[in-house]
Ligand binder design. Structure first.
Ligand code: DAR
Length: 342
């Protein structure tokens, strides 16, 4: 057997995988493989190649969460700030008033969940043949959506660059994954078996075979976070009649990145905060108080532009989807109040 060589993370890396992967743990886990042949070395490639990784590890299949639990458990508990046993409650719809009906601050609301199909390797480890099977299964399930969510699926394979760019400009496509996803293997064979379903009103979409098999998204240019969430729940209920999702009692819905497990939900608003933009310390206090996180509107690790912030939930695990929406609603209302008072 080859001698084990402990991986060297960049000296500047502060990735959680670097903090928790000790030589003893590496010696225990490196020889192991999941039933699909996924290994620890494959799981940590992204963190090794990207010194600015915050997490640095991806799961290649559902079994990764048990085979490599010695490294994933501490990372999960550190990121999600959860202690002890973790419960997973089904979501129930919410009836919260729109936060900003005059559209003085909020440009749009969006709620998404990540899902992976049970029995398939996750995107960083899936074969091309299985990726195509995932696309077919999802395409069949989409045809059974209720009338108010009906629309069309558009695969990206065979598109010339100008067609792809046109779809990207109209937010009807997603680009090849970032360098973190690339190092993990998520971009292999792009754009084969990738595509987007969009409802006729473009308020309900499904990204197929991106960082997870499905990213189910409800969004609209309003502050009606409750209505956006309820639309997502309706679409998810219907899809769940036809698709089995990777799930376990310990961690809820299982995803490529350990930051997304549990509800696998990110709920947020794009909000213009001209005054709070100049009061970053106050904004950070408010965001932390409600356990929210700030991003640029171009997605994670992008900068805030023209005072427009993407504010969303940080915790996805050990909290039910309805509570995520209620916390976001309360937190954004407090942030708008602070903006008004400046
Ligand atoms: N960029 C990777 C993953 C962070 C969470 N974002 C996801 N999963 N899209 C990192 O380790 O920083």
């Amino acid at each position: 057997m080859q001698p084990l060589i402990f991986p060297t993370f960049h000296s500047n890396s502060r990735a959680l995988v670097k903090q928790y992967l000790t030589p003893a743990l590496y010696e225990e886990l490196a020889p192991l493989k999941t039933h699909t042949g996924f290994t620890l070395d494959a799981a940590i490639q992204s963190g090794l190649k990207n010194p600015d990784s915050s997490i640095g590890i991806y799961a290649g299949d559902a079994q990764s969460y048990s085979t490599f639990s010695s490294i994933l458990d501490p990372i999960i508990h550190a990121y999600h700030a959860v202690e002890g046993s973790i419960e997973h409650r089904p979501v129930d719809k919410t009836l919260l008033a729109p936060l900003d009906p005059d559209k003085a601050f909020i440009l749009s609301s969006r709620v998404r969940v990540a899902r992976n199909l049970k029995g398939f390797s996750f995107p960083c480890h899936i074969t091309g043949q299985d990726r195509s099977r995932v696309e077919s299964l999802v395409s069949e399930a989409i045809k059974k959506l209720p009338r108010n969510l009906l629309g069309s699926y558009r695969g990206f394979k065979g598109l010339v660059p100008s067609q792809m760019q046109d779809l990207l400009n109209r937010k009807q496509a997603f680009p090849k994954g970032d360098r973190f996803q690339d190092a993990a293997g998520i971009n292999r064979n792009f754009p084969d078996s990738r595509g987007i379903f969009a409802s006729l009103d473009k308020k309900f979409m499904i990204w197929v075979n991106e960082e997870d098999h499905l990213r189910i998204i409800s969004m609209e240019s309003s502050s009606d976070i409750s209505g956006v969430f309820n639309r997502l729940c309706s679409g998810l209920d219907h899809l769940s009649n036809w698709l089995d999702f990777a799930f376990n009692k310990k961690y809820g819905f299982l995803t490529s990145c350990p930051t997304n497990i549990g509800t696998a939900m990110r709920a947020g608003v794009h909000i213009r905060l001209r005054k709070l933009e100049k009061k970053q310390a106050l904004l950070k206090r408010l965001v932390n108080r409600y356990n929210l996180q700030i991003r640029g509107t171009g997605g994670e690790k992008t900068l805030v532009d023209q005072g427009i912030f993407d504010i969303s939930n940080k915790q996805r695990l050990g909290i039910c989807g309805t509570r995520i929406i209620e916390n976001l609603h309360t937190g954004v209302a407090a942030i708008i109040e602070a903006e008004k008072n400046l």
